[in-house]
Write a protein that binds this ligand. Structure first.
Ligand SMILES: Cc1cc2nc3c(=O)[nH]c(=O)nc-3n(C[C@H](O)[C@H](O)[C@H](O)COP(=O)(O)O)c2cc1C
Length: 316
């Protein structure tokens, strides 16, 4: 780790370090004194209190809309969905016509609410706190609404899709010829299927299975108690075009006939005949050391491991 040499570098380094905190993205809206709608993109949103219901967002004193927000009695926080990157970009601009290009409505206080969001919080100003080069707007929530959508994420200055796991699974499930399997651990051990001597593979669901629920049911039928918690790999078999969808999970119960628990630090990788499974298990051993897992997407020959930034639990 190097020490930044001057103030500008230190500031940039601090901004980058703050940027390692993955957040959602919001658009904060209000009306200025003459009724003109104002809004800016913000990821400094934080829920603060349930009783009373409070939230906060920070606005730079340098923002053109800062004066309007510092004077407004009401404002709203709109949580953006994963298909609203353009809305984020629009409200992060300094355009004076942001609202001409956005779809919006108004709440009971006549504050603009952005349409198509994951949630909107209508607030009355609770407190305004002066904090360095920003003002902290603390709002008391008067009303809110939510929708069942995937959120837009922001990390290290770039957007990311938290719905990646769902997207990959849906895309793969729509293809012909699916094989579902799982990397299942029981404390320090991994459950593997020993097909023959010197021929080991991960547990897989019967051929007709095409959902994570079906995979879990199959494992339960073998007397196991599985908890499948996230997608681990989605890849195409280049030989026959079929898709493999591999989940990660934990399992308890005696190993069924034909299966065995193997210690993680002593996996019989040389007996895992399938090249893709072998490299996946090798990746699992490595990732397990750091407790940070990724999702592999590609083919059995080449692909990309996406960082898991938001986990969906399939606790079945
Ligand atoms: C993802 C993202 C998050 C942002 N978060 C904030 C924030 O929390 N506070 C802030 O003042 N500006 C934030 N900005 C920058 C403002 O959106 C930007 O300065 C905008 O031009 C302000 O609009 P205005 O000048 O019309 O007030 C963010 C920008 C992006 C792209």
């Amino acid at each position: 780790m190097s020490t930044p040499p001057n103030a500008a570098d230190t500031k940039r380094a601090l901004r980058n370090a703050f940027g390692t905190f993955a957040t959602g993205v919001t658009v904060v809206t209000t009306r200025q004194a003459d009724g003109t709608p104002r809004g800016f993109t913000a990821n400094s949103f934080t829920s603060v209190s349930l009783d009373p219901p409070l939230l906060l967002v920070c606005i730079a004193k340098a923002a053109h809309s800062c004066k309007a927000f510092s004077q407004a009695g009401h404002f709203a926080v709109n949580i953006l969905a994963d298909d609203q990157k353009d809305v984020s970009g629009l409200f992060a601009s300094q355009s004076t016509e942001k609202f001409d290009h956005a779809k919006w409505d108004v709440n009971a206080q006549d504050v603009p609410l952005i349409e198509g969001c994951l949630a909107n919080f209508s607030c009355a100003r609770h407190e305004l706190v002066d904090a360095g080069d920003h003002l902290i707007l603390i709002g008391r929530v008067l009303d809110f609404q939510t929708a069942d959508k995937a959120p837009l994420g922001y990390y290290k200055g770039a957007y990311f899709d938290i719905g990646l796991e769902d997207d990959l699974a849906k895309a793969a499930a729509s293809a012909a010829g699916i094989s579902l399997g799982a990397v299942l651990t029981c404390e320090t051990r991994v459950l593997l299927h020993q097909r023959n001597i010197g021929d080991i593979c991960i547990p897989v669901a019967p051929a007709r299975t095409n959902s994570v629920e079906g995979l879990a049911d199959h494992l339960k039928g073998l007397g196991l108690k599985p908890a499948l918690d996230h997608l681990y790999a989605v890849y195409q078999n280049t030989g026959n075009g079929s898709q493999r969808i591999i989940y990660h999970g934990t399992v308890t119960g005696d190993a069924p006939a034909g299966m065995r628990y193997f210690e993680l630090n002593d996996l019989p990788l040389d007996q895992v005949m399938d090249e893709a499974e072998r490299s996946m298990l090798r990746r699992y051993v490595q990732e397990n050391q750091y407790g940070a897992f990724g999702i592999y997407h590609g083919t059995d020959v080449a692909g990309v491991v996406h960082a898991v930034t938001g986990r969906r639990n399939y606790q079945i």
